[in-house]
Design a protein around this ligand. Structure first.
Ligand code: SAH
Length: 338
C-alpha cells in the first residue's frame, strides 16, 4: 500500500481520478494535511465517509515516531523510529535568519567517508518520501512553529536515493504542500557526478552543496572512497558545467581534519582548484566521535585567512549541538550499538 505522503499534489489528483473520484479531492486532502495539519482522517469533515473509507483502505497514513529528543540552547536533535524499527535523525537549528532542519535521506550510508559516523554503519535502505516529509511535519508539530529552511544533510547520501529525494523536495517546495521556497532548500552530496548532471536538468532552484573536503585526489582518495569513482577533476568540471547551466552558486563543504587537509599548502591548492568559480567554501569544524581517530583541526583560522587572502568566498560553519551528539549519525549509532 502506497503512503499518502509519498504523493505530490498532481500525482494524488491523478490517483483519485484513476479511481473514479474528482481530482479536486487531492486539494482537500493536501489542505487537511499540509495546511491544517490534521492527521486524523475522521476529522476531515468536508470529505464523505465513503471517500474516507476508500482512502483508509487504499493508502497508508502511518507515522514515524519521535524516539528521543536532546536539546541545548540553539539545537534540538531528534531520533526517529521508523515503522520497521530502524532509526534516523534530524537536527533543528535556531539561526538568526530563522529555523532550519537537517534531515536524513537513508538509513545508514554506503559512501564510506572515513571520518563520518553515518558511514560507519552501512546503508540498510533508502528512506521513502513520506519518511522525509514526516521528519519535517513531526518537528513542526513538536515546536508548534513552521520552519524556514531545510538541508538534506543528515544520515545518508541523498543522490543515492535520488528519486525519493526529488519527490520530497517537490512536496516541500509546493505552496499547497509544506511550502518552503526552493532557495531555502539545500541538498548536499559527496559528489555522485551522474546525479549532479541529472540534478542540473531539474527545473528547481534548490541549492547544491558538495562535500569536497580535500584539494586533490591524493587526500580525497584517502578519506572519501567516492573519489575513486569520480575524481576531483571530473567533479570540478561537472560543477563548472552545473554553474554555467543553472547560474547558481555552489557551496563547497570542507571539513577541517587535523594533519590531513588543514595545511596552508592545502588552502593554496584549494584556491587554485576553484579559482574563478561561482562557489563559496564552508569550513566545517570536525565533530569528533568516539569511534573514529580523526581529530578536529586547530588551524581553521589560518586556513580561512589564507583562502580570504586568495580571494575565495569562505565562511566557517558555526558549531551546533556537539554536546548533544547533534552531528551526523551519532545518536543513531548509539541506539544501534545498544
Ligand atoms: N552524504 C551527503 C550528506 C550527508 S553528510 C554528503 O556527503 O554531503 C553531511 C556533511 O557532514 C558532509 O559534508 C559530511 O562530510 C560532513 N560530516 C560527516 N561527519 C562529520 C563530522 N564528524 N564532523 C563534521 N562534519 C561531518
Amino acid at each position: 500500500m502506497n503512503h499518502i505522503l509519498n504523493y505530490q499534489n498532481n500525482a494524488l489528483q491523478e490517483y483519485f481520478l484513476n479511481n473514479g473520484y474528482k481530482k479536486f479531492l487531492a486539494n482537500q486532502v493536501f489542505d487537511w494535511i499540509y495546511q491544517k495539519r490534521q492527521y486524523d482522517l475522521n476529522n476531515w469533515h468536508n470529505i464523505s465517509n465513503e471517500v474516507k473509507k476508500f482512502i483508509k483502505d487504499n493508502l497508508s497514513f502511518e507515522f514515524i515516531t519521535i524516539q528521543k529528543k536532546q536539546t541545548d540552547k540553539l539545537t534540538a536533535k531528534y531520533l526517529f523510529k521508523l515503522v520497521d524499527d530502524n532509526y534516523v535523525e534530524a537536527v533543528l537549528m535556531h539561526h538568526d535568519y530563522g529555523l532550519s532542519v537537517c534531515i536524513s535521506s537513508q538509513v545508514g550510508c554506503n559512501m564510506g567517508c572515513k571520518f563520518c559516523e553515518s558511514g560507519r554503519l552501512k546503508k540498510v535502505r533508502n528512506l521513502e518520501t513520506y519518511e522525509m516529509v514526516e521528519q519535517i511535519l513531526l518537528i513542526e508539530q513538536d515546536i508548534k512553529k513552521r520552519i524556514d529552511s531545510i538541508v538534506i544533510m543528515g544520515i545518508g547520501e541523498p543522490f543515492d536515493n535520488y528519486d525519493n529525494v526529488m519527490n520530497f523536495i517537490r512536496i516541500v517546495n509546493d505552496p499547497k504542500g509544506i511550502s518552503i521556497g526552493a532557495r531555502h532548500i539545500t541538498v548536499s552530496t559527496c559528489g555522485l557526478v551522474p546525479k549532479i548532471k541529472q540534478f542540473m536538468e531539474e527545473d528547481l532552484q534548490v541549492n547544491l552543496a558538495i562535500s569536497l573536503h580535500a584539494p586533490n585526489n591524493e587526500i580525497r582518495n584517502m578519506i572519501m572512497p567516492v573519489n575513486q569513482a569520480y575524481s576531483i577533476d571530473i567533479l570540478i568540471d561537472t560543477l563548472k558545467t552545473y554553474i554555467a547551466r543553472t547560474n547558481r552558486r555552489v557551496t563547497l563543504e570542507y571539513v577541517m581534519l587535523y594533519n590531513i587537509n588543514d595545511s596552508i599548502d592545502c588552502a593554496n591548492e584549494l584556491a587554485d582548484l576553484i579559482r574563478g568559480m561561482n562557489v563559496y567554501v564552508n569550513l566545517i569544524p570536525y565533530n569528533e566521535t568516539s569511534h573514529i581517530e580523526f581529530r578536529k583541526s586547530p588551524n581553521i583560522d589560518a586556513f580561512y585567512d589564507q583562502l580570504k587572502k586568495r580571494g575565495i568566498n569562505v565562511t566557517v560553519r558555526r558549531e551546533f549541538g556537539s554536546k548533544i551528539d547533534a552531528a551526523c549519525g551519532q545518536l543513531r549509532s548509539k541506539e544501534v550499538d545498544k
